[in-house]
Design a protein around this ligand. Sequence first.
Ligand code: PLP
Length: 384
Amino acid sequence: MHWKSRILHSTPTVPTGFNSFATPVYRGSTILLGSMANAHDEWHMERGWNYGLYGTPTALELGARIAAMEGARHTFLAPGGQAAISLIYLSFCKSGSHALVPFNAYGPNRHLAGDLLRGLGIEVEAYDPMIGSEIASLVRPNTSLIWCESPGSVTMEIQDVTAIVVAAHERGVTVALDNTYAAGVLLDAFAMGVDVSMQALTKYIGGHSDLLLGSVSVNTEAAYRAVGSTHQQIGMAVSPDDCSLALRGLQTLAVRLEKLEASTLEIARWCAEQAEIETVLHPAMESCPGHEFWKRDFTGSSSIFSMVFDRRYSPEQVNRFVDSLKMFGIGWSWGGTHSLAMAYPGLERPTGDYAGRIVRLNVGLEEPVDLIEDLRAAMVLALV
Ligand SMILES: Cc1ncc(COP(=O)(O)O)c(C=O)c1O
């Protein structure tokens, strides 16, 4: 064979005797089938290698580990948390469906609901996250999905997920939970009866602010079929390189979560003692709405909380406070190694007046003493 052909037709083999803790990155759009007998075009959700879009060994290994952590039957992967959210809507809603989403849900979830989904004839209604069993009054004959996000984004309300699940299941409605805050482990979604648990793996599983990935975990056969079929029809491919980073992140998840919980609590308690702060919204603190449900349902807390500045401060002063921080970077997202801060001058909440006074902190792996000093210095500089 000419070398130009030979170089293309070398046969890579899996080495024997080479064992590593790392899952290899298996790249492949085409998967060699060997014979026409193996060529088929029906889809697979498990290990029936067919085409790279339907899974590589690296992606399926990550899915299997997330499923094991969450106690799920199966975990599907998506290119990001927001993609996982879209996948859930498209799996359970069709034109004419009604869905319910808490008004404090992740902003792009509500944006998707109000724009693209509305255009498809899917009506998504916002509800008060503290509604509990009263959600029953909002369920209509065409309600096909109820979202929970606990704690909610920025204002951190903890929901009575159990009461919502009971009311939903009495009416045959699927319940999906954004379980990102709990990293899929600090809240046992399936033990509480939730049908679908999603995570932005971007946050705690990735853990280093360098990848975007999402997961959708299911426990029932019906949810498995619904999500699996949609996942494949819309072609939600994930990169095996990203999956390998997430697999590496999983190895240090437990120690990172422990350290983040301790540091975040120390900083949140310090904030609560400052005269400049009206209230601190941290799920493990009594001042957080729904704290009783956190005590009942969660086995720990993680790295984000919000603080609300006293009414005497203007939104400009609060922005200046964030601008004055040296160790907390200004940026979206959370769950990584570095601390972040974000002010929300345009926060929209029907029940609260926190807009312009609320700052969400994501605590990283720096020493809390340094972070507290940074917060103290920024308060002195900005709030004069
Ligand atoms: C609660 C929550 N869910 C979902 C997402 C979306 O994740 P991603 O950024 O991976 O799309 C985010 C991102 O900030 C989030 O905060």
